[in-house]
Design a protein around this ligand. Structure first.
Ligand SMILES: Nc1ncnc2c1ncn2[C@@H]1O[C@H](COP(=O)(O)OP(=O)(O)OP(=O)(O)O)[C@@H](O)[C@H]1O
Ligand SMILES: [Mg+2]
Length: 230
């Protein structure tokens, strides 16, 4: 398995109160290297929390996070950032582009630490290819403040893909896109999954994007359930 969550629980203590606020309750999920998975569920159900725990940006209250056969939930920050850089591409619910950098500089940010010059050159080529695929070629020298929200969101997708991660985690990647751009992004993710063997986990409210994924899970009341194919 490429990534596994085993009996993950997450709760927050409430100051001055005995009751814990339970977000995730014994959630297990296995992700194979070729899988594409959608996670749906109401706002506040814990989808971003689940994705952040899977991507090691947040820690579970209990349970195991296993990436490529290694248990990582007790790793320190240095170890985790190495794993994330090698392994995972993130598209955040809010795009998190750096305002002082242009669109193309933002996309190339993950390429900077790549020491191998040839690999770096290939990543730069890939960045330009992604920019074209995502319809951003006329905006590459603009800063995020002068881009639309949807353009920022597409740039964040390109940034997540530029180092060819084995696992892409995307939190509402089409939330700010019109139907056409959302469709194109869904198609791109499907292609990368099938043709380059990139595993994809998307959190989405979009039935169209969810239907492009091989499996759909619903998160409600802290529990994750597979929705049988219709
Ligand atoms: N640091 C925190 N302390 C306490 N509660 C928190 C904290 N972070 C998140 N929560 C709560 O956890 C719940 C799940 O949040 P989460 O962001 O995972 O939901 P979501 O399913 O991604 O929602 P949305 O669809 O609106 O993005 C929410 O009720 C939120 O208020
Ligand atoms: Mg969320």
């Amino acid at each position: 398995m490429l990534a596994e969550l085993q009996e993950i629980s997450k709760y927050y203590e409430q100051p001055g109160q005995e009751r814990r606020f339970i977000i995730l309750s014994q959630v297990s999920l296995s992700i194979g290297g070729q899988d594409s998975i959608a996670i749906v569920g109401p706002s506040g159900s814990g989808k971003s929390t689940l994705l952040n725990i899977l991507g090691t940006l947040d820690r579970p209250s209990s349970g195991k996070v296993i990436l490529d056969g290694t248990r990582v939930d007790a790793f320190d920050e240095n170890q985790l950032s190495t794993i994330r850089n090698q392994f995972i591409g993130f598209v955040f619910q809010l795009h998190h582009l750096l305002p002082q950098l242009t669109l193309i500089e933002n996309i190339l940010l993950p390429v900077l630490p790549v020491a191998d010059k040839l690999k770096q050159k290939m990543a730069v080529e890939r960045a330009h290819h992604l920019v074209e695929r995502l319809g951003l070629q006329n905006q590459i020298h603009r800063r995020p403040g002068k881009l639309s929200v949807g353009e920022c969101q597409r740039a964040a997708v390109a940034r997540a893909l530029v180092n060819r991660p084995r696992l892409l985690l995307a939190d509402e990647p089409t939330g700010s896109l019109d139907a056409e751009n959302a469709g194109q992004l869904g198609q791109l993710l499907g292609e990368l999954n099938r043709e380059q063997g990139m595993a994809v986990v998307v959190v989405t409210h979009s039935p169209d994007l969810a239907s492009r994924m091989g499996k759909i899970y619903r998160l409600t009341s802290g529990e994750l359930q597979l929705i049988p194919p219709s």
